[in-house]
Design a protein. Sequence first.
Length: 189
Amino acid sequence: MSHRFPRAPFPPAVAHLVDAVALLLYPSGFVYVTAWPSVPFSLGLMRAREAYDELCAYTATRGDATFIHQHVVDAFAAQTADEHTKPITLALALVGLCLHVERDFTGREVQRAHMHIARRKRAWPSFALPRERGSITAADVLAREAGVTRDAAIHSWSAAVWEAFHASKPAVEELLSHYDIGYHAARKA
């Protein structure tokens, strides 16, 4: 659920406080508060979630065979993860980013890999949450012209978030190995 707050009555010097109060009132909103430098302050906490929601609406209705929507979901999940994020959520997001960025999997292929992994229950690894989660945000992507330009920005966003989690790569690679998901395994699933 998106919440919009009036901005006009607030002078710029205190406008950011409205966003902080919004986070306290709506904790299900944008929770990526540990890495302020990665999120443009003028964007505001709630507007980041709204940008993500609008981006999801854009990608979910694209109808493309590659299912670019999956990359948006994974990038946002990893970029906004905190200590309350379920381990499976972050694990699958990082798996998706790795497969997309490093192995050129489409969103549909990543989705198949997610389903393959989620079928077998296990104790999910925990991942360190880097302070910086990439310099590109959902709002940056949404600001791009719809179509090829925005789709390219989604790929850049995915790469930026994956790069921020580079220390997690060995654990993600082990997960992929454990589930026998290699360069082509998920494509056959």
